[in-house]
Design a protein. Sequence first.
Length: 320
Amino acid sequence: MLAKNIYFIVCFILFLAFNFGFLYVFKKKEIPFKSTFKFILLYSVSYVLLFSIPSYFVYEFLILEDSKRSIPSILGDGIGDIVVIFIFAFVFFHKYSKIMFSLLLSLFVLGVYFHYDVASSAFFNTKPLPKALYNELIQETPSLKDVNIVMTQPKEDLGNMYKNAQSISLFNKKNILIGEHYLEKYTYNEIKFLILHEYGHIKRRHSEFSIILGILGFIGFFLIISQLKKRNQEDHPILLLPIMGNVLIVYCIVVIPLLLGIKRQTEYNVDTFAVKQMKTATHAISTIEKFKTSKKKGLIKLYTNTHPSNVDRIKNVNKL
């Protein structure tokens, strides 16, 4: 566990060092900026080759004890990083940055709104819940009639993120997805708990709350970068790219634990909701006990876990 915590700290330090080093080379050595596009490309590729991909490989093959990811999928993450850097650089360094930023936020909200429509076409097949189970649910919780509840079967390896139970909702779009494999391992009452748990997220408007937090985070980051641009007007604006990288990592060090802490609290909240709907904690406990136990602790847990541990969740429902 000490090694995992050290890895996390080293990653933060190396990322800061990478950006300061990049900034030093281009500022102190006065390398000319003939093309903003080429600079962004050089920064992105350097970041991926020197920091991103090596850190992914170390994490997957040395830190994680049961990693099943393939090398192409890890390289794909690196390519994804380049795309993200390009998008952010284009938004923040464009002369119409405020307009571009507004468009980015709009695309973010639209992406969430149409998430189910796109994903159900591209990543997984759906089929209805067993009729007896559905009728029981509707009889006990009539408001579930307004929710689209489906069993999912991922298309090859593309939709593995949709094989578990989850809700995809925003405003009038309310969807609950339950992996088809749950029918083999869980009883009807346990599946009912899973569905009611996800319905709790919809009922409590957790998706909308997450959207608001995301937008506030975007705005906060944009304001910080705008202030940096004003204070460094004498420098070439593209030099702010590595500075922006360091601001982002410090921002993440502070913000991510807070957001994940809120997310873990919502899981307790909807567990409580589901138990109250079922009027017993028995099925909640038996369901949670079947979940895979997370071995993450320390900083790895603080910065990656979206759910509380099984033990903590059981303690929570036992109090009801």
